[in-house]
Design a protein around this ligand. Structure first.
Ligand code: GAL
Length: 825
């Protein structure tokens, strides 16, 4: 029976170039040296058949001479030194988190880490019982160019850091006493960036080993989709690609059974088939599913399809596919989901996170998505690349709509292959609502771009017709758009139509193409630094009230008198949508700060500041602006904090975000006035008096929400708090985010604390990395000491597999320490 084994443990890692290493050999099959076994591993260093042994007796071949080269040292036949060069690593792994930041300008946009080459090696046995099965390895994502060898054979190259790929190992594997199997992956980031942001380096997504019968469902071999809803039933289509990897014809039967989220059978069908040797076949089955429960962000109901291949009453393969049922259309009014107009409250997000680079375990993907959902967001744009499948699983489960994006506008065979793989891999995810073909390509709008896009769109629709196809374009001056684009795309995505940079381009476009479908595919780009209330060039900080460092004022780093703080203010982004409600919603640039693209500051800035949250997921003030627009539960937030030593009597600007009708500010119990609130914010100007600042919201004259800031004294004690969990408990192997902050002697949080904190994990777990959201902090991610920034930092911890307990401790000179005990189940 099929096994899909998570293959993340037990890898070895070497940072550096050992090559060039050959991808071809004149006598193939005896290239043991590259993937030869090292001391302690089972098998022959160089595997030879009788013919090879005869050859060797004639020629003084072998790889002993390589002992002096880096290649020989790493892959040397029987030297213990080779073993010592390899470091143990767990996947997912982003080696750039281990490198120092560098001021080199060529890597400035990419997160200020040098590019390089590294090797990953995994040794594993396969039993005799596996012989005769189909064996394959699946990589969800390797950044960037990957070359893969297995037991001396070169398997192939993969060039995109964002698409998944796999290799058939069946014949090349060693079984039982034939020896261990050695999988080798060379990863190279010197081959050119795919994007202008931090992309990480290494095997940064999950790897799986698949064992199945040689008659099996192909990788990404199912496509379960809704034909139509009729009466009280969903008429479903299941397309299943079957592969006979063997050498005899097979007569078998494919049964597809649907189960609901309670595990009850919800529909089934079966089809007999004959499949010739080394052949494949796609069967199309129709299944009626009565009383379907539709997937939506509010009701993320998942069904499961079990595809079973049976031969003479023996089950030979079972393949499980998670899917959801919903209808989708994009009209001139916007996205219509299950017949209901659904405004997109979206953010664009890059992949990285504090302390981890791009190597995010599923729990951290979930952490990020939960943070966005808490803000009231219902849509995620995987900018600007195919999403991690682990992230899509989370979005399916938690109810987040996704715009999944192709990386490059090129219709070369290579890139068409990437697009095909993306669609086949992802098309069962109900969360994916839109396919995006490109973002702001330099060639955009030209005749060759239109030709290439037409090909890509056609290829995409051949594989999935159930979702709208969108592009993300910068509006050309005058609003002139290549008319071909309106034929190619279902929806024209517009980046920053709200920005003053765009003038009245959008109204001109709309006048020229009134029947077009539009979407604000990227909006805002507003700079802000968590906890900063003035601009500071030296410290690379942007004022949360609106930075004067702007991208809309001509000239580099010119202070912008209107303080747009980027391309447009959040108020402009939501305001534009409110004024043009047929533009589908918004995708704010970005949900979180990300590494790289550190505009507007040069080095020492290393990360962007567009995020509604920082790189740790800590909200900045405008988080509450969006939350006030996107959620109904009463909320109020006042900025800034109320700890300004030495500024007593000085007039301070206070800004309140609320979704209630009125707001009142109280200082030390005295009212500074109650005001009715508009859609954006309400302000007060008050002399600073230390004590208690309260912001109170009212609906129908009744208090509905209150936020309190107390003036803090000197830091006294550290606090550790699990972020995003209900209870301090972790699954074996699970990962979590823990925040560290500081209280004064009276127990008030100190928002300005910048104490250096040492972290330690004892017991059944380990510290994966630390972060603080400071866009100019150059500490190594895994270094166990971190300065608090704006009073906070995070530790990312991972439980072991011992099902015991772990303790995270935090210590800082002069402060009472903290310890958090976590049970591991
Ligand atoms: C957009 C681009 C994004 C990011 C952003 C910064 O034009 O699509 O990737 O660079 O600008 O404002």
């Amino acid at each position: 029976m099929r096994e899909k084994i998570l293959f993340n443990d037990g890898w070895q890692f070497y940072y550096g170039e050992a090559g060039p290493i050959p991808k071809t050999v004149n006598k193939s099959g005896c290239l043991g040296g590259l993937t030869s076994v090292l001391p302690g591993e089972r098998g022959e260093a160089v595997k030879l058949g009788p013919a090879g042994k005869f050859f060797l007796s004639l020629l003084s071949a072998g790889r002993e001479n390589d002992g002096d080269s880096p290649l020989g040292a790493l892959f040397g036949t029987d030297t213990k030194a080779s073993t010592a060069l390899w470091q143990p690593v767990h996947l997912p792994h982003d080696w750039k988190t281990e490198l120092e930041y560098t001021p080199e300008t060529d890597v400035f946009m990419a997160g200020a880490k040098e590019n390089g080459t590294a090797y990953y090696r995994k040794v594993f046995p396969l039993g005799r019982e596996d012989e005769g099965k189909h064996i394959a390895v699946e990589f969800n994502g390797v950044c960037r160019s990957a070359s893969v060898w297995f037991n001396g054979c070169f398997l192939g190259d993969h060039y995109s850091g964002y698409t998944s790929f796999n290799f058939d190992l069946t014949d090349l594997a060693n079984y039982g006493d034939e020896g261990d199997n050695v999988l080798l992956v060379r990863v190279d980031t010197t081959t050119g960036d795919e994007g202008w942001w931090y992309e990480g380096a290494g095997i940064y997504r999950d790897v799986y080993l698949v064992k199945a019968d040689i008659l099996h469902v192909d990788t990404w071999g199912t496509y379960i989709h809704l034909d139509k809803l009729e009466g009280h039933a969903a008429l479903m289509i299941a397309e299943t690609t079957l592969v006979n990897r063997g050498y005899e014809p097979r007569d078998a039967r494919l049964d597809t059974v649907f189960f609901d989220d309670q595990g009850n059978k919800a529909g089934s069908t079966g089809t007999s088939f004959t499949l010739g040797p080394l052949d494949s076949l796609t069967l199309v089955q129709r299944i009626i599913l009565p009383e379907p429960r539709l997937w939506s962000p509010e009701t993320p109901v998942l069904y499961r399809a079990l595809s079973t291949i049976t031969e003479d009453t023996v089950t030979v393969d079972e393949y499980s596919t998670s899917f959801g049922i919903r209808t989708l259309a994009y009209t001139t009014e916007g996205l219509v989901l299950n017949g209901k107009l659904t405004p997109l409250k979206g953010t664009c997000v890059h992949q990285d996170f504090a302390g981890l680079g791009t190597a995010l375990p599923g729990d951290i993907q979930e952490y990020k998505i939960r943070k966005l959902l808490e803000m009231g967001s219902n849509a995620y744009r995987s900018a600007h690349h195919p999403a991690d499948p682990a992230l899509l699983d989370v979005c399916d489960r938690l109810g987040m709509l996704v715009m999944d994006e192709n990386r490059l506008l090129e219709s070369s065979e290579l890139r068409l292959g990437d697009l095909r793989d993306l669609i086949k891999r992802d098309r069962n995810h109900p969360s994916i609502a839109l396919w995006s073909l490109c973002n702001e390509e330099m060639i955009g709008g030209s005749p060759p771009a239109a030709r290439m896009l037409r090909h890509l769109a056609q290829e995409l629709r051949r594989l999935d017709k159930t979702r709208p196809v969108v592009s993300a374009e910068l509006l050309p001056a005058g609003g002139e758009m290549n008319p071909e684009y309106f034929k190619i795309f279902d929806v024209l995505g517009l980046n920053y139509p709200e920005s003053s940079l765009m003038g009245d381009n959008f109204s001109k476009l709309k006048a020229a193409y009134p029947g077009g479908c539009y979407l604000n595919s990227e909006t805002a780009s507003y700079f802000s630094t968590r906890g900063a209330y003035s601009d500071d060039w030296e410290r690379c900080q942007n004022n949360n009230f609106g930075s004067r460092f702007s991208m809309i004022t001509p000239g580099k780093n010119v202070k912008d008198p209107i303080g747009a703080g980027g391309t447009a203010r959040p108020e402009q982004a939501l305001g534009f949508y409110a004024a043009h409600p047929y533009t589908g919603g918004v995708f704010i640039w970005t949900g979180f700060d990300y590494r790289g693209e550190p505009s507007p500051f040069p080095w020492p800035a290393i990360s962007s500041q567009f995020g509604i949250m920082d790189t740790c997921g800590f909200p900045k003030d405008y988080y509450y602006y969006y939350k006030a627009h996107w959620t109904a539960e009463p909320l109020i937030h006042v900025m800034p904090h109320w700890t300004w030593p030495g500024r007593e009597g000085e007039t301070l600007q206070l800004r309140v975000f609320t979704n209630c009708e009125e707001a009142e500010i109280l200082v030390n119990g005295g009212s500074a006035g109650r005001k009715s609130c508009g859609p954006d914010w309400t302000e007060w100007k008050l002399p600073y008096t230390p004590g208690v600042l309260e912001a109170v919201a009212y609906r129908n004259g009744k208090e509905t929400a209150r936020e309190i800031h107390k003036t803090a004294g000197a830091p006294a004690a550290l606090v550790l708090a699990p972020e995003g969990w209900v209870e301090p408990r972790l699954w074996a192997g699970g990962t979590a985010v823990v925040s560290a902050s500081v209280l004064d002697g009276a127990g008030n949080p100190v928002p300005t604390a910048d104490n250096s904190v040492a972290f330690e994990v004892t017991g059944d777990g380990r510290l994966l990395g630390l972060g603080n959201g400071d866009p100019a902090d150059h500490s190594a991610d895994a270094y166990p000491v971190r300065r608090l920034f704006g009073g906070k930092a995070v530790a990312i911890i991972q439980a072991g597999i011992g099902k015991d307990r772990l303790v995270l401790k935090a210590a800082s000179p002069g402060l009472a320490g903290a310890a958090l005990e976590i049970a591991v189940r």
